[in-house]
Design a protein around this ligand. Structure first.
Ligand SMILES: [Zn+2]
Length: 107
């Protein structure tokens, strides 16, 4: 079996312990989630969200679902814990953005 490189994701966990290989997704998950498999990472939006977010108070919750009854994929639910709003596009918080530009303007 060809090993894929580990995903570049802060929630991905990979450990070798007594010859046992353990991989795990440590993203908090909703109650509806299916079981994680490594293949979920291949199409997972979370690393992109973490890279592109402007929100310093980002919290993510994942739900693994089956697409077309075959392929597992991750649905990410992002919120800003400061403003308590759901972030629709890739972790972008309009209220954090407004605060940041206000800071820049006053500098
Ligand atoms: Zn915010």
């Amino acid at each position: 079996m060809a090993n894929k490189p580990d995903p570049n994701c802060r929630y991905y966990y990979h450990d070798y312990h007594r010859g046992q290989e353990t991989t795990e997704c440590r993203l908090p998950k909703s109650r509806d989630t299916l079981r994680w498999e490594r293949s979920v990472c291949d199409s997972c939006p979370v690393p992109d969200i973490l890279r592109e977010t402007n929100c310093a108070h980002l919290a993510l919750e994942g739900t693994i679902r089956k697409r077309l009854r075959v392929k597992l994929h991750m649905e990410a639910f992002a919120i800003c814990t400061k403003h308590m709003i759901q972030l629709k596009e890739a972790g972008y918080c309009p209220q954090c953005a407004a605060e940041q530009s206000a800071l820049i303007d006053s500098a």
